[in-house]
Design a protein around this ligand. Structure first.
Ligand SMILES: NC(=O)c1ccc[n+]([C@@H]2O[C@H](COP(=O)([O-])OP(=O)(O)OC[C@H]3O[C@@H](n4cnc5c(N)ncnc54)[C@H](OP(=O)(O)O)[C@@H]3O)[C@@H](O)[C@H]2O)c1
Length: 260
């Protein structure tokens, strides 16, 4: 059975690389790539030229509930299930730079960052969970016991800076807080979607520091700066290794468990 994956926030960076990786990974898997402006997503449109049948582009601004509903309805009508959902859309701050101190904090910055990084992924889970529980279980490692098998995997792209334990530097109020709350949402989802016969593995993943538009203002002196391709290779290896008992965890690209 061909896999059905949805990458939310696929126009650039890590999300775009997930699409490339999944199209390479199998010759028949379907990838639904969502982004705010499909018409101007030139990299996705180029990718679609060589994978016309298997890459579907849908408009989805993760701050817009009716966009989320519409895409969920479309996926239901076309496929009736979803095997993998990766929420990658994210922002440091609408200004492109995290707050360095309290003077930079604004309601508007907090609101937009939370809507994109936290509320959006949770609303995605709300509308796509009925499709995830019908998943074919083709990603991750299935348990031997039938009662512990999983139907699908939901990934929320988190960040190490969303670990309260690891926070020794401060700053980046909006981004850090939005990822802490995303981690809590992921744990909650693992509990709610871990009940019943059709379980969904839910994890928060840290991709490493990756050379993308998001990290560019800060990544000049980073020793371990990953390409998006390297990061996604590692993240997919983690996803492929997931078992039901991993659900609710916050894991890094090398499968280290991050403290919350
Ligand atoms: N890069 C890193 O070092 C790093 C480290 C830790 C965690 N992360 C996390 O990894 C994820 C991906 O980041 P990235 O580095 O790939 O960033 P990026 O290259 O800046 O890409 C961000 C993506 O989010 C999309 N997006 C932003 N707001 C959106 C909205 N309202 N609706 C739909 N899509 C929206 C952007 O779409 P548009 O093209 O429409 O703007 C773009 O596709 C984020 O969640 C980030 O927090 C990244």
């Amino acid at each position: 059975m061909a896999s059905i994956s949805l990458i939310q926030g696929a126009s650039r960076g890590i999300g775009l690389e997930f699409c490339r990786h999944l199209l390479r990974k199998s010759s028949d898997g379907i990838v639904i790539a969502t982004c705010r402006s499909p018409d101007s997503a030139s990299h996705l449109k180029d990718l679609q030229k060589s994978h016309h049948e298997r890459l579907q582009l849908c408009q989805l601004d993760v701050q817009n509930e009716s966009h989320i509903q519409n895409v969920a309805k479309y996926v239901n009508e076309q496929f009736g299930r979803l095997d993998l959902l990766v929420n990658t859309a994210g922002m440091l701050h609408p200004s492109g730079r995290g707050e360095t101190s309290l003077k930079d904090v604004s309601f508007e910055g907090l609101k937009t960052t939370f809507e994109t990084n936290t509320f959006g992924p949770l609303m995605m889970a709300k509308y796509f969970s009925p499709l995830l529980i019908k998943g074919s279980g083709c990603f991750g490692q299935q348990a031997v016991e039938v009662k512990n098998r999983h139907a699908a995997i939901l990934v929320n792209m988190s960040a190490k800076v969303g670990s309260i334990t690891e926070n020794k530097l401060g700053g980046w109020y909006s981004y850090r807080m939005s990822k802490v709350a995303l981690n809590m949402a992921t744990r909650n989802l693992s509990i709610e979607l871990g009940r019943g016969r059709n379980r969904v593995i839910c994890v928060a993943l840290h991709p490493g520091t990756v050379d993308t538009d998001l990290s560019r203002p800060y990544n000049t002196n980073i020793i371990k700066l990953f390409s998006a391709e390297y990061s996604v290779n590692c993240l997919m290896a983690v996803i492929d290794s997931l078992k039901i008992e991993d659900s609710g965890q916050f894991l890094t690209y090398d499968r280290t468990q991050m403290p919350f």
